[in-house]
Design a protein around this ligand. Structure first.
Ligand SMILES: Cc1cc2nc3c(=O)[nH]c(=O)nc-3n(C[C@H](O)[C@H](O)[C@H](O)COP(=O)(O)OP(=O)(O)OC[C@H]3O[C@@H](n4cnc5c(N)ncnc54)[C@H](O)[C@@H]3O)c2cc1C
Length: 312
């Protein structure tokens, strides 16, 4: 039983959008995480504002997530309400500019990968890098997701966000302050509602071929056969996290059910029934060993949700 009136979210949304005592392991690609007092699934500004208004007015802690593909959620769960932005795949036609470029306005809860493939199929180029990233569009903007020499920063024009006072505003590309896996969205706690992308006219066949090529590379190099949250650490200046971890002799190193992937040491994988504590401890061991051997500080890219003081 939650100490917060979370069951009242059912009156604000519909019964189908509210999950009480919901295991977060069902909503993270790590397949790890204790129960949230409530998980609410919202798709637009109106629903999001209603949930956050109630949470703010009744003192209910809240956190916003997308597809849970960059999250480590505590085994002890999450107090209050987790608000997941999720909506159908984006399949709309773009606005076409005189010079042929297309403007795509994509809701935050849409899948980044399906947007990337949709744009490619329509003959626009620029999203190929994103087709294998398993996040939502909102999560990708927050993280400035990137791969294979491309990043969200290269294609975004602006984002529509909700600020902490529940006002909607448009934030330009510059004001999004998109850096390496960082943004003003994370700094100021905005919630992304929609992102506007501008894409060059290209060639559908070439873009789709590029996508299959990059996805084949991913399958070859990344341990996609196990649950994970992608790269565990950010790339330190001048180094590759995976290489440092391998050189520290940690390939295959295991804590409980969590393991440093032997296929790609930059990934921690959930080999079998890993807990958040296993992953958390493994992160600490890796950081310590890499620092001792190479003097490099590895900063986690994976974001923690919930209280981890029990794991220290
Ligand atoms: C197999 C695998 C491969 C991956 N490869 C890559 C890769 O190549 N490149 C890369 O960059 N990442 C990669 N990732 C990590 C992850 O997919 C990205 O970070 C992605 O952008 C996270 O999006 P999400 O919707 O899942 O966000 P979540 O994991 O749900 O959340 C991540 C952070 O974003 C915030 N957030 C989510 N949605 C919103 C929103 N609407 N408004 C404000 N904040 C929000 C959350 O609060 C949280 O802080 C990979 C992950 C996996 C599992």
């Amino acid at each position: 039983m939650s100490k917060y009136p979370v069951e009242q979210f059912i009156d604000i949304l519909t019964k189908e959008q509210v999950y009480l005592d919901e295991p977060m392991s069902k909503h993270t690609t790590f397949r790890i995480g204790g129960k949230a007092d409530a998980l609410t699934v919202v798709s637009d500004f109106r629903e999001l504002r209603a949930v956050l208004w109630f949470a703010q007015n009744y003192g209910i802690p809240y956190s916003v997530i997308g597809n849970g593909s960059n999250l480590l959620v505590s085994d002890e769960g999450v107090e209050g309400v987790v608000v997941m932005l999720k909506c159908d795949d984006y399949e709309a036609a773009p606005e076409i500019l005189e010079d042929g470029r297309g403007i795509f306005r994509v809701p935050a809860g849409a899948s980044l990968s399906s947007f990337a493939k949709h744009a490619a199929k329509l003959g626009y180029s620029g999203t190929e890098f994103a087709a294998g990233i398993p996040g939502s569009v909102g999560g990708a903007v927050a993280m400035n997701a990137g791969a294979y020499d491309g990043e969200i920063k290269d294609i975004i024009v602006s984002a529509s966000v909700m600020d902490g006072k529940l006002n909607r505003k448009s934030v330009s590309r510059d004001d999004l302050e998109l850096g390496y896996r960082s943004s003003s969205v994370l700094t100021y706690g905005y919630t992304v509602l929609e992102a506007e992308f501008i894409l060059e006219r290209g060639n559908a066949e070439a873009s789709l071929e590029k996508i299959s090529e990059l996805n084949a590379q991913r399958r070859k190099k990344q341990p996609l056969e196990y649950p994970s949250a992608g790269s565990t650490f950010k790339r330190p200046d001048g180094f590759f996290a995976g290489k440092l971890i391998e050189d520290a002799g940690l390939a295959g190193f295991t804590v409980g059910g969590a393991q440093v992937s032997e296929k790609h040491c930059g990934f921690i994988v959930n080999r079998s029934g890993a807990t958040a504590k296993d992953v958390y401890k493994l992160i600490n061991i890796i950081q310590q060993r890499v620092y001792e051997q190479f003097g490099v500080n590895l900063e986690p890219e994976v974001r923690l949700l919930g209280d981890f003081s029990y794991a220290d």
